[in-house]
Write a new protein. Sequence first.
Lengths: 237, 302, 993
Amino acid sequence: MPLDSSSYSLAQFSTQAAADGSSYLEMGQTKIICTVNGPQESKRGGGSRDQSNAARIETDISIAGFSGVDRKRHGRGDKRTQEMQHTVSSAFSSTLFTHLFPHSTIAIAIHVLSQDGSLLAACLNAATLALVDAGVPMSDYVVACTTGSTASYASNDEEADPLLDLNGLEEQELPFLTVGTSGGEDKVNVLIMETRVQMGRLEAMISVGLDGCKQIRGILDDIVREHGKKALNSRVN
Amino acid sequence: MPSEPAPSTNEREFILAALRENTRLDGRALDAYRPISLTFGNDYGTADVRLGKTRVLAKISCEVATPYPDRKFDGIFTITTELSPLASPAFEVGRQDTPELLLSRLLEKTIRRSGALDTESLCLVAGQKCFHLRATLHVLDADGNLVDASCLALIAALLHFRRPDIEVHGEDVTVFDPREREPVCLTIQHRPFCVSFSYYHAGEVMVQDATLLEEQCREGEVVVSMNRFGEVAQVAKYGGPPVDGLSVLGCMSAALERVKGFDKMVTEKLKEDEKRRDAGGLMAELSAENERPVEGGDRVML
Amino acid sequence: MTSLKRSYASTSPSTTLSSKTYLRTLKSGKVQKIVREVYLRQDIPCSSQLCTACLDLAPVGFHKKADPPVLSATPAATEQLPQGHYIVPDTNAFLSAMDLFESEGVLQDAIVLQTVLEEVKNRSLPLYHRLIALTKNEGKRFYVFFNDFRLETYVRRDAGETINDRNDRAVRKACGWYAQHLEKAVRARKSARCPVVIMLSDDRENVRKGKEDGLPAMNLRDYVAGLPDANRLMDMVATSREGRAARDAKAQMIYPEYVSMSAMLTGVKAGTLHQGVFNVSPYNYLEGSVQVPAFDRSLIVQGRDNSNRAVSGDLVVIEVLPKDQWKAPSSKAIDEEDVNKNETAENEEDEREAIVTEQERRALQEEVRKTHGKGAEGRAQPTAKVVGIIKRNWRQYVGHIDRDSVRSRNKESRAQQTVFLIPMDKRVPKIRVRTRQAAELVGKRVLVSIDSWDRDSRYPVGHFIRSLGELETKGAETEALLLEWDVQYRPFPRTVLDCLPAEGHEWKVPASTDDPGWKGRRDLRDLLVCSIDPPGCVDIDDALHAKQLPNGNFEVGVHIADVSHFVKPNNAMDKEASLRGTTVYLVDKRIDMLPMLLGTDLCSLKPYVERYAFSAIWELDQNADIVRKDFTKSVIRSREAFSYEQAQLRIDDKSQKDELTVGMRCLMMLSKKLRAKRMAAGALNLASPEVRVETESETSDPIDVKTKMALDTNQLVEEFMLLANISVAGKIYEAFPQTALLRRHPAPPKNNFEELSNQLKVKKGMELRTDSSKALADSLDTCVDPSEPFFNTLVRIVATRCMMSAEYFTSGTQSVPEFRHYGLASEIYTHFTSPIRRYADLEAHRQLAAAIEYETLDASLQSKAKLEGVCKNINVRHRNAQMAGRTSVEYYVGQALKGRILEEDGFVMRIFSNGFVVFVPRFGIEGLIRLRDMDGGEGEREPESVFDAENYALQIEWEQGQRKVELFQKVKVRISDEAEESTGKRKIRLQLV
């Protein structure tokens, strides 16, 4: 199923003036604000100096209490969120030119305002935009999307089409995975799956996911160029 | 912050160069595991896994608790991982860092989310009483591939564990002491195992069961959990340099072979343990459900 | 991996986004705001073969395959609609007349709107499943059109508009769009015939509005009237009139609140309320009865509102209803599964549901009418309603998931669903179970327990415990019946090991008679003792011997396994045995009360080895009168273990003249005399339908079913066991007048036989006298139908069911006349002869041992309260063991009949107004034949019938003409087994031939 460009029409740049870079992204009813600060000098630990020879990427994800159907406080210590933070950080570690900024930190802060599926994918996409906005040098975008499989093992209908870009309801019902790419077609950067699925169905799911990423990449690229054009024009004038 | 000393540049170069020629430091094939040993403790629900120098101990315990209000019909199952300084100077007491977080999340996803343990059967009285099953993992020695070893230990311990028998009558629940009534097995729906792959040279070289040294040199890892029927419980590739889609799929089939081996080993070890416990064949004496000659008929009772 | 290289073909459909926001209130009082996005698109095809434009739109699958259009280019024409037509039924058309839509060959080419499909799903899952099946049936050409996702047909709910009105509007809009769309398509093809799109509705308002909008709308009746086969089809619409009314009048009933505990207790004390155990009729789940001391007949509790959440077995407090509401017990068989089969389990988030469903009300109403018509005041029984519950007797229930209540069969789904569990025990209501594994549990035997039953829930709520395995598999069914009858089949606890002799199987009677084990024991190793048991018996409780004394009298000995020597009071093994109460015998299994080491080896009186025994020895004269009796602990050595058959052969074989055989012949002779005496005293000869399952020796798959045969040797053993039990009972009562553990069989209350004796009088002109057991025994002997030899047995079977059940008790709790054993016509009785498999016998052994001063009596056997507890438990265990055994036989009989169709003779045992019960002696099975099953099984209609309650007859008019079915009538039935559609469970089905 082709992706719907309309669902990305709401991707904006530089929404937060205070941050070095920021973005606002809607993927369906999943809505995210992302800000990037840095690269800047590490402040941690007071006395002890950061010995590393590349920038550290620190991600912080906060999920608003009102983002889901039930109002629920999401503690910062939530392991699931921590895992997502780790995923975002390490996804960008291979695309950002971190070696240019020794002893420094790039801080990504993600605020989830509303969630309705494809949360991790949306986080990755929003972070890409915000990092671009912040002007952090990178080799490629990290783009991600989800795919779900409708085929059930029992009915053995291998023919069924994998779904792309799932919403919350679909994620409840179907096995799905999040795939993120960078650095060329068919290159898997992030691959997270948490639902039980028959091995044979992964191939189709991943391939459709990669297709989807390609489309999103196009969409993001358009937005970036559009924004770039605007920025250039404003300089010229 | 104490940390494991990073390998020297020379060492790293050497390992990477060797791997390029499909050679590992300890002479194993790329897809070979170190010798695995699995032993069970005297108590039910204790499993000790050694994978080369890595050693993990899993222990299951169980108590009656109140279920979570939003999960009235489920029992509680928690997995705790303990990475103590005992295993490696990199681990600190009381502080949770990334390796520990990832380990517990992977186990959580592999075993809990995939429904390996049927938590509904741990419910005693909906909304009031349920079993709280705790699994604690102690890493006693860390020399790489903690995830696979921990998962194996945990699954083995769960299969080995016996919970106290219960009886529900009206609105009352009786929990029987193990001496009063033979404790019962948990309901395990399927047995997923984790297989981790470390990759080098942009995913061209995939290595199973990496040692600590190899882990320190790797570019990234892919962790696959599945059961012997090829049902994938979880796949995790947290970022790192991208790899080809095909190599990820390659990991799946390699993992399936490995998982079949794990499954067989656990089954065999459990059988051995049962035999060991039944020294002298006394268990047979305790069986209450016995074959009966088909012809038989009891007398009419007046 | 070709698919990874798949080129990306871009189709960019124009879509618009809309979102749907709504609020909902949860039961907990929480308000949730749900936001859903809706993508409206224009590429959803109409799927008519007439339309070429939509052909290109048809979704192309992952593998480049498009679905062909569903709706025919030349749909059926009728008189009214010569140009052909497509139908668009609305929700209540489907809800009320699903049968109509399912009939083959008519009502084809239908457009099922998404709006309608979803409404059907919310209203009734089973109907939804049927509708989905219809859309998959290629011949019917039912097409699901996703009107809520198509831009042109999407309807936004207006402010103040009810959801029903919006949905109706959506249906009308979709109809309008289809009509226009088709017209355009037809014009493009330049074809002449443009089918009409007809909206079918049973809702007058909707039809009117449709017509207002210029749509061809019709109600079902008018539409069907125009069809070629109108008369036949009209029947299926007939019942669907109430449609809308039922939808609007969503009753908001809840169960009445329970009275407080203190009010109940005062009420019971004052006699305004009554307390008793609530029992539900196995034939009618809506009718229960409660036996209370204040009334000699049991009180009837009819209907769901009167039974007020009581579950069969609960200890309830009831209030008697005014006399004008008294009625006769139901003359109808009502099965919950049939009445409420279209219900949906998942509606707790909905508004409150009606407690009594319309169907249930109707099922009971009819009955009221019928009983009134017959002027049955004489038969009216007091009715009552439950006002409170003293103690729930909920246990774990085995059952299966109602397949139709499962919303999503997707195994990957982790969403929690509410499903119905249908318990194996028909008297227990469906249980609502919330589970995440619904899809996996379908088709399995599962164990659940009830958690609560709130006032506003029609059904109790429970949770899933575990799955026992596939339905109908031996393992699952065996475990299921053990759980249902609460048989403890788990291994013995380990502490029992410590109570077993350390020597294990090597244990032997000490060689030296100075050993403490020999203390007080008589050496009876010289006696020619033998045992007679069923073939293959390994737990041999008893052995016998007899010899003639020089004075012409006989010495007879009954030797019972000395279990009390091994099982000491109050140790772990004793506690376990007292909990288990009895060994349970299934067809192919034995669930032991004692560990095998004791039961089948050390205690078992196996031949050729020395064993400890407890012996009762009598001196009997030629008339089998007791001259002298003596009880002693002993050591015996059994010479032979016979089966009944072998023993019979040995006795009959004249050539055998050895001492053992001679002794056995003495036993035989004496047993006949004992029996004659007992019969003369008024012992009953009762019958129960017992069959034996023959199985293949290796796989133990059942092959055949045989009725049990009784040999003389069976009776021989029985007589001496009775003699021993009676003698021991006297002895222990004499020694412990307050605490002797005895067994009594109360005389049945007179009105228990009322029904049967009336039936016999009306149908056969026979008289049943029930004033004493002797009178009953004699009159039973006269109930003989010369033309039907089985008739007498049939009457005995029915009579047996009218009896009270025998029970254990302690002598101090009853007055001496109450000790009587009615069936055996004995003044006093106990169980002594099977200590390996009955706990009562073990206790009797201990008491007897104390009575003969062999050992001192344990304190637990002197406490009346403790013994009463033991009695109560073993009474229950015995009943359960019997039921479990019976269920096991039933299962095996079912398996033996699997896939076979047989015709057998059967007898009508009971008549209802809507069916009758037939008993088939050949297989010992009993089954209900409902009238509506007689009509070839199709449809829900019952053949016309007249029920004559006074003459126990049912006059039926069915396809084969008139037929009268009467009580006790011999009928030919066809026995087959069929799989139930909704559950996949096999069931034996009887049909009248």
